[in-house]
Design a protein around this ligand. Structure first.
Ligand code: ADP
Length: 257
């Protein structure tokens, strides 16, 4: 049993669906499987159920049909080793950077010295060691983004879910934080799912890019992108070819909708 659980994918949707209280069928018949340690990007037109899919994966929304499993077990509420970064980042402006990074550990009732140690390590990894006593309002957008990433790292997650985390950043900063995400994911080896509107971001960060379409939301195409995973990929022919493949798949998804 333990062996089969170890071999189970990091995240699996099997015929999964979600219906909101007003009867909106946001997602239906969703199938996808993400391997342990695999970085995947999800792209699709607005309203196709990307955020809903992440909420189900994070255990914040119960599927109305089908199964959602993390590491082989059905998702039943929020899980310790799953981290979620939302667009708004969820930083508390009245708490210091250190306290924000420690927040998830505090919810887990980790002792104070463990919290300090993990937060210091996570802030070091995102290059913010000198900013632990600052407040989010004193930092740039890119730095705030890195605080949110540090908070997830401190949790020592095996699955990192991100919903449009970089959309508020300008182009150069956005690429810097993409590089950081890429490096951390490779070093730490967690499975990573990033929802994005950006074709370039999907092609840079996704070893596979899953394309969703609405009516109701489901995965309609998959673009393999095995050459990704290195900073130098961004300027390469293979990167531009991957962007073109994602664009075609996305146009197909929009056409279908
Ligand atoms: P995406 O992230 O791809 O933009 P969402 O998952 O946010 O898509 O939304 C999918 C569908 O579900 C849309 O039609 C949206 O209007 C609807 N929806 C999202 N959240 C709610 C909610 N809380 N109540 C009702 N409908 C919702």
């Amino acid at each position: 049993m333990a062996d089969s659980m170890d071999a189970a994918p990091a995240l699996e949707f099997e015929g999964a669906g979600a219906v909101y209280g007003d009867g909106t069928v946001a997602v239906s018949g969703l199938d996808m499987s993400i391997a342990r340690g695999e970085p995947v990007a999800i792209i699709g037109p607005s309203g196709c159920g990307k955020s809903t899919t992440l909420l189900m994966a994070a255990g914040l929304l119960r599927p109305s049909e089908g199964d959602v499993r993390v590491a082989g077990s059905p998702v039943a509420g929020v899980r310790r080793e799953t981290a979620l970064i939302l667009q708004g980042l969820g930083l508390m402006p009245w708490k210091t950077v250190r306290a924000n990074v420690e927040l998830g550990l505090r919810f887990r009732h980790e002792p104070a010295d463990t919290r300090r140690e993990r937060a210091a390590e996570a802030l070091f990894q995102v290059g913010l060691s000198g900013f632990a006593d600052r407040y989010p309002g004193e930092l740039s957008g890119g730095m705030r983004q890195r605080v949110a990433i540090a908070r997830s790292l401190a949790l020592d997650c095996d699955l990192l879910l991100m919903d449009e985390p970089l959309s508020a950043l300008d182009a150069i900063l956005r690429e810097q934080v993409q590089d950081l995400l890429l490096g951390l994911q490779r070093r730490r080896g967690y499975a990573q799912v990033i929802v994005t509107h950006s074709i370039e971001e999907a092609a840079f960060l996704g070893r596979r890019v899953l394309v969703m379409a609405p009516g109701p939301g489901r995965v309609v195409a998959e673009v393999g992108n095995p050459g990704s995973g290195d900073r130098s990929f961004r300027g390469s022919e293979a990167f531009y070819a991957a962007c073109a493949r994602v664009r075609r798949a996305l146009e197909g998804a929009v056409g279908r909708a």
